[in-house]
Design a protein around this ligand. Structure first.
Ligand code: AMP
Length: 431
């Protein structure tokens, strides 16, 4: 019978990769807590209509990439991104009545029915955050700067911040008309997707990767031509704040991003292009001042970002050691196994990681496994050790053997571990 395989583009993460995941998650949580963000956890499934209204019907994500299903006449989708759910929760819990300013972060799986490739999956993890209630631009700069310092901490090479403004709702509409007017005469030169987008979502043509589209787009005037004075002032202030912070950035007038909800500030952060490819972004974000009202909530401004965690892990050059059991307990025979159960529990209760291998195989293969796993100590429990209560503790790092009474075992190992060197029990995990 053929084995059942996982769904394409949905990956398992096995324990030997987990040290890097945990380190990434805790680095992110720490950064967020230091900047006064609280964690929010929203469901993986929301009403399809939430995503249609928040993200926009004519976006790739909603049009082609959602996993949607119905139960009892209710149409639901696996979340393709985190902002819509966070905003829905903000509105539903009346957060605007509880606090004037909300800072939330999240870590979780997102789902998009894309064609899987390196750094692009159908289930992937995002670490993201939202600031709701602050019109910026200071918090826009703060968010970008916090992200840059997070990416630096992960030792991601070649970090590049791209920023742009898409203006407020009116500017966006005006610019849409400008793009349509400039590209309509060139419609024959556009890709099939962009021909369609000319009526459904013309701004998306600007960041098309298709060479013919890129050629045609050269004739589109920059957004600065139609920017309202307040939008221009917002963008200028953002740039000045970033300069004051010493956060390098480039203005990228073609940056529009895939989701419909953005207003004013847009940004993307790229890095580790040699590993990820030039087109691949690590973080995408922007302001969405109109979304809360559109979803039936208060008229409050907001900004957010999402970072792809698989991509961060591909890009990160930080070495994260893999933690292993410090003590291997190796019983030989039944009496030894029972003693092994008791001793491993005592070690674990004292905060010492212990692995009990009770399979009853040969001493040689048990010791080989203990060495291979990088354990610092091995305790062999044969009949004579059990009877006498005198244990032989092998220090695998120092190549020594100590006789220790059963009663002294936990204190002995605890003291040895606390006194430092001769470390093993950590396996250097290359990124
Ligand atoms: P977006 O929500 O499309 O703005 O994406 C934000 C970030 O999430 C991107 O910069 C990527 O790092 C990551 N991301 C988006 N889609 C995927 C995917 N299909 N697989 C892996 N990561 C993704």
């Amino acid at each position: 019978m053929s084995a059942i395989r996982g769904v394409k583009g949905m990956n398992d993460v096995l324990p030997d990769e987990m040290a890097r995941w945990h380190a990434l998650e805790s680095a992110f949580r720490r950064k967020m807590h230091l900047a006064s963000f609280g964690e929010v956890r929203t469901p993986l499934v929301e009403s399809t209509s939430l995503f249609v209204r928040a993200i926009g019907e004519a976006t790739d994500v909603v049009e082609k990439e959602m996993f949607t299903f119905s139960r009892h006449d209710e149409q639901m989708s696996l979340r393709p991104e985190g902002t819509a759910g966070a905003v829905r929760a903000y509105v539903e819990h009346g957060m605007q009545n509880k606090e004037p300013l909300t800072r939330w972060y999240y870590i979780g799986q997102m789902f998009r029915a894309e064609r899987p490739q390196r750094g692009r999956y159908r289930q992937f993890w995002q670490a993201g955050a939202e600031i709701i209630g602050d019109p910026g631009p200071a918090c826009d700069a703060e968010m970008i700067d916090t992200l840059v310092s997070f990416l630096d901490e992960l030792q991601i090479p070649g970090i590049k911040v791209h920023i742009n403004t898409i203006g407020g709702k009116e500017t966006r509409q005006r610019y849409r008309d400008t793009v349509v007017a400039a590209l309509t005469p060139k419609i024959d030169a556009l890709s099939e997707d962009s021909k369609r987008r000319l009526t459904t979502n013309p701004l998306r043509i600007l960041d098309s990767k298709n060479p013919a589209d890129q050629e045609a787009v050269l004739s589109v005037p920059p957004i600065t031509d139609v920017l309202a004075p307040e939008d221009a002032a917002h963008f200028d202030a953002l740039k000045k704040h970033l300069e004051a912070l010493g956060t390098p950035f480039v203005v990228d007038p073609k940056l529009v991003r895939g989701l419909d909800y953005y207003t004013r500030t847009l940004f993307e952060i790229k890095g580790a292009e040699e590993k990820l490819g030039a087109g691949s972004t690590l973080v995408g974000g922007g302001r969405y001042d109109g979304m809360l009202k559109d979803l039936g909530g208060p008229d409050v401004p907001a900004i957010g970002f999402a970072a792809g965690m698989e991509r961060l892990l591909i890009a990160s050059e930080r070495d994260v050691p893999e933690t292993r059991a410090q003590v291997f307990v190796l019983p030989l025979g039944e009496a030894g196994t029972r003693k092994g159960l008791v001793l491993s529990r005592a070690l674990r209760n004292a905060g010492i990681a212990a692995d009990l291998d009770g399979r009853g195989t040969s001493l040689k293969s048990l010791l080989r496994r203990a060495n291979g796993q990088g354990a610092r100590f091995a305790i062999v429990l044969g009949d004579s050790e059990v009877q006498s209560g005198n244990l032989q503790v092998k220090d695998l790092a120092a190549h020594e053997q100590h006789e220790v009474t059963e009663a002294d075992l936990v204190a002995f190992i605890g003291a040895k571990l606390a006194s430092g060197p001769a470390v093993l029990a950590e396996k250097g995990g290359a990124p």
